[in-house]
Design a binder for this molecule. Structure first.
Ligand code: ADP
Ligand code: MG
Length: 553
């Protein structure tokens, strides 16, 4: 087969354009990305060789080699991992298969630093090579296959693929450096970048010195998986780099949780709560992003049962001692060991969040603002943890400009008040102006202002907090008369209308409104507005009705 020329998918072409023209600030990360891919490729082969040992035959010592050719101005990053065949090359290095790509592209603003952070989350990955190289050539042979392939591109819209005889198993990526990126041909520069970003990679990264004879070879990273080291030997900086590696992130992790579970079930968890929302947090798959290892061998990053969807914002790894090494991804579906690990992870994460909420309220609220809407899904999805998650939840309320917990709202309840009241809507501002709230505000009775779509689901499902019913202000049967509100508000209240006049008015209104309303009633909930709409007790809330209509359901 001769050389074939192909166009990049439109999204890739656009991404490359941005990568080359605007991401100048942090070029050195190309090396982190390529080494990370090489390490992934070795992990994948190690996993595959568990069940098909012939795949790794003759070369079972995984490594990543960097070679500089000063005369040619090239840097080569070579691994002996799984490699790619022709179809893999077209799919992996010509398209972006990730879900949410189109939406992601539309969010790029043109502002370099913002886009950089976004792209970091999204993971430009391989394409970051074009930040430093005019030309990128990938020579690769897939484990278990006979023929090798060469992929080449200048990053300007198209690439070529041609057969490559004699290619070694794995992938070798050669970058012809741009004039302004020659610094990445210097050994000390490469060494310091690898130490900084890739020290935690479990596979040796070797810098080949001299002309590839192997004599001057030096392993430049620690080559032991970070999570296997003891906590006291790991610096904050190293944790952060590891987080950047597993999460494709650029930000500071909000929380780092590293622990070893011992006893009935043994595993190590190194988990991070990101500092800001990952781009696909609300994509419909609700997948978790933890990487599962068994005795330091990477198994999958698609272990569905490892974490409930309401903790999908977590990033990191879990390394199990108890699962068999040859566990297939299918076998993981209903695996009891995995289920136990999941229980342990949930317990640990919720208790760490609780600690944070107690120790550093202000920081906890920054977490809540990013991930609260996701965590709240757990209130009705995880029956056993419902109370715990409710206690971690924070709400807007008429009683404060900030956030409140339900416990604080209970403590503020008035004499005679039996329920916690809430209103649902699109924004705190519009809710505060709602006539539905007038009677409550006048009496100084607190109303929780719920503005996340998810609130429409958990509130009715849960119905109460510590024995106090949760009641919508829009429910018709509310009787505010029984609650002893603030005295001043009661005094300001206009004298009640003569009940005969009121009956007459109601009869007249019923007559003229006819079928448009179900009933007309006198109410205590209004002070300055004349009327408001309410729902029958037990009916769908008005806000939910609006949400569902908006989604045409
Ligand atoms: P990501 O690593 O997030 O999947 P990248 O853009 O870094 O995204 O890489 C795209 C894909 O190309 C990888 O998922 C992998 O399938 C493939 N790939 C990249 N580098 C290698 C390599 N050295 N060996 C084998 N496959 C690779
Ligand atoms: Mg990658």
């Amino acid at each position: 087969m001769a050389e074939e020329k192909r166009e990049f998918q439109a999204e890739v072409a656009k991404l490359l354009e941005i990568v080359v023209h605007s991401l100048y600030s942090n070029k050195e990360i190309f090396l982190r990305e390529l080494v990370s891919n090489a390490s992934d490729a070795c992990d994948k082969l190690r996993y595959a060789a568990q069940t098909e040992p012939h795949l790794a035959e003759g070369d079972g010592e995984y490594k990543i080699r960097l070679t500089v050719d000063t005369a040619a101005g090239t840097l080569t990053i070579a691994d002996n991992g799984i490699g790619m065949n022709r179809d893999d090359l077209v799919a992996n290095l010509g398209t972006i298969a990730k879900s949410g790509t189109a939406e992601f592209m539309s969010r790029l603003s043109g502002d370099q630093s913002k886009d950089m952070a976004l792209i970091g989350q999204f993971g430009v990955g391989f394409y970051s090579a074009f930040m430093v190289a005019d030309k990128v050539r990938v020579v690769t042979r897939k484990a278990g296959e006979q023929h090798g392939w060469a992929w080449e591109s200048d990053g300007k819209g198209s690439f070529t693929i041609a057969p490559a005889e004699g290619a070694a198993r794995g992938a070798s990526i050669t970058l012809t450096m741009r004039d302004d990126a020659k610094e990445f041909l210097e050994a000390h520069r490469l060494t310091s970048i690898i130490k900084r970003y890739s020290d935690h990679i479990a596979i040796p990264v070797i810098l080949a010195e001299g002309d590839g004879g192997g004599e001057g070879d030096k392993t430049i990273n620690s080559a032991s998986a970070l999570w296997t080291r003891s906590k006291s030997d790991i610096s904050t900086e190293q944790y952060k780099e590891f987080y950047h590696h597993v999460a494709h992130a650029f930000d500071e992790p909000f929380l780092t949780i590293h622990y070893k579970a011992e006893g009935a079930i043994e595993y190590t968890g190194l988990l991070f709560v990101p500092g800001s929302k990952p781009f696909d947090l609300f994509s419909p798959e609700r997948k978790n992003h933890l990487k599962l290892y068994v005795k330091r061998v990477f198994i999958t990053d698609q272990a569905e049962g490892l974490l409930p969807p309401y903790l999908r914002f977590l990033r990191g790894i879990v390394d199990s001692q108890d699962l068999p090494l040859n566990v297939s991804r299918e076998m993981l579906q209903h695996n009891p060991v995995l289920a136990k690990i999941k229980t342990g992870l949930v317990k640990r994460v919720l208790s760490e969040l609780k600690k944070k909420a107690e120790d550093d309220q202000a920081a906890y609220l920054t977490f809540w603002e990013e991930f609260g809407p996701v965590l709240k899904e757990g209130i009705y999805e995880d029956f056993e943890r419902k109370a715990e998650i409710l206690a971690l939840s924070r709400f807007r309320s008429t009683a404060t400009d900030g956030w409140t917990s339900l416990a604080e709202a209970v403590a503020r309840m008035k004499d005679g008040q039996e329920a916690l009241y809430f209103a649902t809507g699109d924004s705190v501002e519009s809710l505060k102006k709602s006539p539905q709230l007038e009677g409550f505000l006048a009496k100084g009775i607190e109303v929780l202002l719920l503005t996340d779509p998810i609130d429409e689901f958990w509130v009715p499902a849960v119905g109460e907090f510590e024995g106090k019913a949760l009641k919508a202000v829009t429910e018709g049967g509310l009787d505010l008369g029984k609650i002893k509100g603030d005295d001043k508000a009661d005094a300001d209240r206009p004298a009640p209308a003569d009940s005969g006049d009121l009956d007459l008015l109601i009869a007249g209104l019923k007559l003229s409104l006819g079928d448009a309303v179900k009933d007309v009633k006198a109410s205590e909930r209004l002070t300055s507005s004349a009327v408001c709409l309410v729902i029958e007790e037990g009916q769908m809330s008005m806000h939910l009705e609006k949400l569902l209509k908006a989604h045409r359901q």
